[in-house]
Design a protein around this ligand. Structure first.
Ligand SMILES: [Cu+2]
Length: 350
């Protein structure tokens, strides 16, 4: 296998799990994703409309999403949209800024990307419409397909009195582990408003926890109400999803963690040392004699493991910690890192 193919395989193995991903959600459906505790999710949708010539004025429609996990399967978040369409609908509203705060509880199903049925409930409040809203989201993932559905209720839709229901549905089809196509439609149960729709090309950015989409839609904002009503103009744009792992900032506040040794008492004589840095075992092959020990030292800001194919290996090795393993029998001991399976090495014991 050539170097390029190796690198590509390594990147595929590094595909993030449990990170909020556009490979499992279409552009205008909130989906059932819930951020893990210790992670701040920042999603950025930017759509725009280019007016016909000669002016070609560009009108921007951004929506920012911030969310964080507060418990297992429970997250809170907020959406800020700066060019809401609700203002045209909501009489008396003086602002075009639409803010929605929400909580989400995933009441059924595993983390995002797992097979099977996922159900979540999302109570929300829309400050522009002064409306208590909510969504019951469902999706079902099987192989390359995710089918999505949403049942919504808006207490004061578009600023008017009188609650109204809305429904949405969508499909995400993954072409390969990096690329997916998605479509969806959502609408208030009302003959007088347009349905919102979207079509998107979604990609996982290799070797990163980020996803990116190129999208087309008629919905200016990504709130529960915004996903239920379209405008007559077609908007083009993108979404970028960024999970920020707070643990990675620990060195800013606590300095480097104290060195600890796992697997054997500190001071055990070692015959070889392997540094782990930049998601790599610095030495891929070491040779020792039976009865000797090898030490792995984690110089990365993230956790790694030394997991042997043929016998039990290390627990998670925190940053700045080391792991010592003693080899009693001759043989070859290939190993890898469980969170990063593309990290591999081998210990040859004579
Ligand atoms: Cu690792």
């Amino acid at each position: 296998m050539n170097r390029f193919a190796c690198a590509l395989l390594a990147l595929m193995a590094a595909a993030p799990l449990g990170a909020q991903s556009l490979l499992y959600r279409s552009a205008n459906l909130g989906g059932t994703w819930v951020v893990d505790p210790g992670v701040v999710q920042f999603n950025f949708v930017h759509r725009f409309y280019v007016s016909p010539g000669p002016s070609h004025t560009v009108i921007n429609y951004p929506t920012f999403t911030f969310a964080t996990g507060v418990a297992r399967n429970v997250a809170v978040g907020a959406q800020f949209a700066t060019h809401s369409f609700l203002i045209q609908q909501a009489s008396g509203s003086q602002s075009s800024n639409e803010t929605e705060v929400y909580a989400r509880w995933r009441m059924w199903g595993g983390p995002e990307g797992t097979e099977g049925l996922h159900l979540s409930v999302t109570p929300a409040y829309n400050f522009l419409a002064k409306s208590a809203d909510g969504e019951l989201g469902a999706d079902w993932t099987t192989g390359p397909l995710t089918l999505q559905g949403a049942a919504r209720v808006a207490g004061k839709p578009l600023g008017h009195s009188g609650a109204r229901a809305a429904f949405g549905g969508g499909v995400v089809a993954r072409v390969n582990p990096f690329v997916a196509l998605s479509v969806d439609v959502g609408s208030f149960v009302s003959p007088t408003v347009l349905a919102a729709w979207s079509a998107a090309l979604n990609v996982l950015i290799p070797g990163s926890p980020h996803t990116f989409s190129l999208e087309m839609s008629n919905a200016p904002t990504s709130t529960i109400q915004g996903n239920s009503i379209g405008q007559s103009q077609k908007l083009y744009g993108f979404e970028f999803t960024i999970p920020i792992h707070l643990k990675r900032f620990a060195p800013w506040f606590h300095g480097r963690p104290k060195p600890v040794t796992l697997g054997a008492p500190a001071g055990t004589p070692v015959a070889a040392e392997i540094r782990i840095s930049s998601l790599k075992f610095a030495t891929d092959t070491v040779r020792i004699a039976a009865g000797q020990s090898v030490r792995w030292v984690n110089s990365d800001p993230v956790e790694h493991t030394v997991s042997f194919d043929v016998e039990p290996g290390s627990p998670l090795i925190p940053p700045n910690a080391s792991y010592i393993h003693r080899f009693d029998k001759p043989g070859a001991y290939p190993y890898h890192c469980t969170p990063h399976p593309f990290m591999t090495g081998v210990v040859i014991v004579r």
